[in-house]
Design a protein around this ligand. Structure first.
Ligand code: DHB
Ligand code: FE
Length: 308
């Protein structure tokens, strides 16, 4: 049976991609941002997922504003990087997992979430920047990826609650796939930012940090946030954070927060990152006998720290 072993969230600021592509990551401004992802890359190298589901948004790259699907699932065998105005980013072509993706499409659509099925799709910075932040810059990406593009560019985007419930449907789909696969799910975008209009440059760290706290401990609270509140507090493009709730919906109600990072600014944007793992995974690591398991469960936190 396939299972979701963790959820990760990360901003996808395009300037981060440009800093990587132009070899500026050691400059002090960018060092501050990239240093926060060193731990994340170490964690990912250990987690070695078999597949990553990357929830992201397309920025009028694969889809023009003529066709804007609310939820679009990439079922192709590969997804080339899109040309966003400066030529395609020099990153590897993303390999898909058409079998698991088709299975997810069937399960989720029969559960009444009407996904658009994409058998040909290019991917933009919304997907490739978080891939760099979590996997570095290898010659080939280390695992196949199932892209899930969410409309957050044209009103009306899906609600926070709808996103959370879709996450639950995705988890059910993954867990009904017969092959043993370890799956990591990414939520990307955000955090607070507004890139045009009189409030351009808006960053709200207080809101972002509370969002991270609730994502970890009380995600249901976040499902009640309206678009208006999200935009008022986190800026027009802060609406991207609804995508983090798809990731969160795919995890247990209670999770272990393995790592968190927050810094401002990168370009116009607050950068946030979090890794969430099921609690039971931390306890069952290392195959303990039943009595030891019981004692370990009582001091889960210590076990987690020691096993790292
Ligand atoms: C910026 C941030 C984004 O998330 C994005 O998609 C485009 C631009 C920015 O900070 O400029
Ligand atoms: Fe964006």
């Amino acid at each position: 049976m396939a299972k979701i072993i963790a959820g990760v969230a990360s901003s996808h600021v395009p300037a981060i991609g440009a800093a990587i592509d132009n070899k500026q990551t050691e400059e002090p401004y960018w060092r501050r941002v990239f240093s926060g992802f060193e731990k994340a890359k170490e964690w990912m190298a250990k987690a070695k997922p078999d597949v990553a589901i990357v929830v992201y948004n397309d920025h009028a790259s694969a889809f023009s504003v003529e066709i804007v699907p609310t939820f679009a699932l990439g079922c192709a065998s590969e997804f080339p990087p899109a040309d966003e105005g400066w030529g395609p980013r020099p990153v590897p072509v993303v390999q898909g997992h058409p079998e698991l993706a088709s299975h997810i499409a069937q399960s989720v659509i029969l559960d009444e979430f009407d996904l658009t099925i994409c058998n040909k799709m290019q991917v933009d910075h919304g997907l490739t920047v978080p891939m760099n932040l979590l996997f570095g810059s290898p010659k080939q990406w280390p695992c196949p990826v199932i892209p899930l593009a969410v409309n957050v560019v044209l009103y009306p985007p899906p609600t926070a609650h709808r996103c959370y419930m879709l996450g639950k449907a995705i988890r059910k789909a993954v867990e009904s796939y017969p092959e043993d696969l370890n799956v990591v799910i990414f939520g990307t975008g955000g955090m607070s930012h507004q890139i045009s209009g009189p409030r351009a440059g808006l960053i709200n760290s207080k809101f972002d940090k509370a969002f991270l706290d609730n994502l970890s401990k009380d995600p249901k609270k976040l499902t009640r946030i309206s678009h208006l509140e999200l935009m008022r507090e986190a800026g027009a493009e802060g609406i991207e954070m609804v995508m983090w709730l798809i990731m969160r919906g795919a995890l247990d109600d209670k999770v272990e927060e393995t790592y968190r990072f927050y810094t401002v600014p990168a370009s116009n944007t607050a950068v946030g990152h979090i890794i969430l793992e099921p609690k039971r995974r931390a306890v069952t690591k290392g195959k303990r006998p039943a009595a030891k398991m019981k004692r370990a469960a009582a001091r889960t936190k210590t076990v987690i720290r020691r096993s790292k």
